[in-house]
Design a protein around this ligand. Sequence first.
Ligand code: BGC
Length: 377
Amino acid sequence: MKKICAVLIVLLVAGSFAFAKSQQEASGGGQSSSLIGIAMPETHVLRWQKDGASLKSAAESRGYRAEVAYGDADQTQQNRQIQGFLTQGAKLLVVGNVNDGVNSVIADAARDNVAVIAYDRLIMGSADYDYYITFDNFKVGQFQGQGIEQGLGLASATQANPKYITLFAGSPTDNNSKFFFDGAMSVLNPYIQSGVLKVVGPYPQTSADNANFQRIATENWQAPIAKTRMENLLSNDARSVVLDAVLAPNDTLARAIIEACLADAKYAGGKLPVVTGQDAEFDSALSIKNGQQYMTVFKDTAKLAEAAVILADQILKGQTPNIPGASLASGNLTSIGDTGVKVVKAYLLEPVIITRNNISVPVNAGFYPDAEASQLR
Ligand code: BGC
């Protein structure tokens, strides 16, 4: 009797597992309880907190389990977090890396057959993954250059009355920094060469001038570093001129640069230089509305997160990726996915240039919570 009971129990349990599995497959979510590990680089630049939250909720709404970890701009810490995802049996990783030190754990993922999507930042020097999703980062830089061109009226500037600019770049270990800078300089170099725009401080024409690029780069996108560098410029190289513009690579650094300017008598009560930015952070959007920061670039990171999860879902289901709102880089743009040892598939979303005139664009896209949005209307 005992034996019969035991057999019955085994049969019942097995049956209910088979039923649950067939239910899951019928709902199209054969992989749906798989874990997706989301590794974001840092929290001191606000966007990543949003990216992490949007990725998690997009993955969960498709039936996946998802976990987010923030690397605190420390690659050793991020590697431990990624190892943790692999130990937990993650089936796919979405990685916004800190620097190329991530490659060893990306290799571990490949060994475990875990797919990796490089998120926003290309993972350089690795052949161990196949997908990258980001915004067109050269265009982000071009928008920054165009903001300065427009803000200074460079098209009608003269050699007799040149404009003065100083240059900042993002983290030297973030591959995006080069795209932003090269995009901006593709717009500004002709004005510098014709003598209507003068650079105060180091002038790398492109990021390929590594020695000078390092001098204007901002380690790990840290605002205090940019602030101190701006203070030093104001009391040294830029002491005897009035700066008309500062090329700032993102909003976090733009505000630090503006802070340094506001502490300088030359700019405090009067006209601030045209300062660029990126990310459409609320504080910068408010600063643009109030006439301090000149422009930013809106990258709808909620859409990027959604697109990345659609890509993840299609990879896990073995489908050929087809992502609404993102296009597969082709032609000249293919090199965006060039890690130096492999060209991965790069999916691109479009950024939008934002000045005081169209600050309503990110507001109407629902980019800010209501309490913030109402201050921008
Ligand atoms: C991102 C920017 C961000 C910066 C600092 C870059 O890789 O593309 O949106 O401002 O990192 O976190």
